[in-house]
Design a protein around this ligand. Sequence first.
Ligand code: ZN
Length: 248
Amino acid sequence: MHLQRLALTAHTAAYVLSGDHHILVDTGEETSREHLLHALADAGLGAQDLTLVILTHAHASAAGNAAWLQRTFQVPIAVHTADAPIVASGVERPRGLSHTLVEAMQLVRAARFEPVSPDVVFGHTLSLVPFGVTATLVHTPGHTIGSSSVVSPSGDAVVGDLLQGGRFGGRLWAHRPVRPAFAEAPERILRSLALLQRLGVQRVHPRVGEVLAMRDIRHQIIDREPWLPAGPAPARLRERRLRAASTR
Ligand SMILES: [Zn+2]
């Protein structure tokens, strides 16, 4: 699998995964549509070349151009089942008040997007092989309940907002792993990061900031937590199967 970062703003990105075909991960806000198309063109692609668009979660920053891509280029849209009703409504789940004034103002602006009916809805994992890319979409909840990440056998993971690079929206220390300011299930972020680590992920590609090293994520986030529940037995069994599949 070949991975390309598509710059949408100075500090945020979407990604294209390429194998026999091409998959777009996240679409940016509606205001960054031109940047998305230019970045795709720089990568030698048009939107009509995509076999799938994955939304890592149900926020305008990920789903802002999904309805347009589906309508204009007939590209199917994939999202986790827990976030599917949110993308179909076009209204983000309400967020808590733990934000600065500037962030709060941005959130008010960004909380809505054009609703889109997803074509592909998945639960725990989704193989991307039928869409022409050797990788697996994995449920990694935390930022939202239905947050998901693409994991490839090369040790790369595209994670949306599960983690961010740097402070102040990636403006400072863009390679430093930072928990997102907002999380619907903050206690699950750590477990999702630990899952990515166990799946052999070496490099984490976030929406905000630059590529993050799993070594840094382990030292600066995972290892700082004294207790990490391993999850119930069915989850551990599922994980073992997934680990076998994703390193094949
Ligand atoms: Zn988000």
